[in-house]
Design a protein around this ligand. Sequence first.
Ligand SMILES: [Ca+2]
Length: 174
Amino acid sequence: MHCLLCCGLSLTLNFILLFRETWLGKNNVWKVAQSSLYGRAVPEKAIDGNRASKWRQGSCACTRKDLKPWWRVDLLKTHKVNYVTITNRKDCCPQRINGAEIHIGDSLSDNGNKNPRCAVVSTISAGGTQTFKCNGMRGRYVNIVIPGKRQYLTLCEVEVYGEPARDIVPTVLL
Ligand SMILES: [Ca+2]
């Protein structure tokens, strides 16, 4: 177990260097939520800094088999999001993630699932980590949702890379 944890941290550090981006993963600060809870697979497990992707390793978040299951992280203020990575489960059912969408924005309408869409997941290999480019999309909330069907949403790790959005100074028109 300890080796897997070390490898996970090493991968994360490499990722930061590779993309020259700031990893926003202050997992002791971010607030997370999901549509329901399967067993002990709380939403925090998707931001615990560990990409371990076998269920027994206890590092995956998972919902029940909901209609339109979702997971959400609250970055506490608006950010420009450049990349989002998702690590899929390894030991079972990697196809469950197919069709998941990443949404980013400041609204909590429909639990944040109506915010603008960054990407649609076609497939992620079993235990694989895939990166989605979001081109500086602005938002406080990052959602991952599987629309339109009843499914489990399992996320072994979600990483969000970007930077806090600078406040826009309103132009005063006289
Ligand atoms: Ca994890």
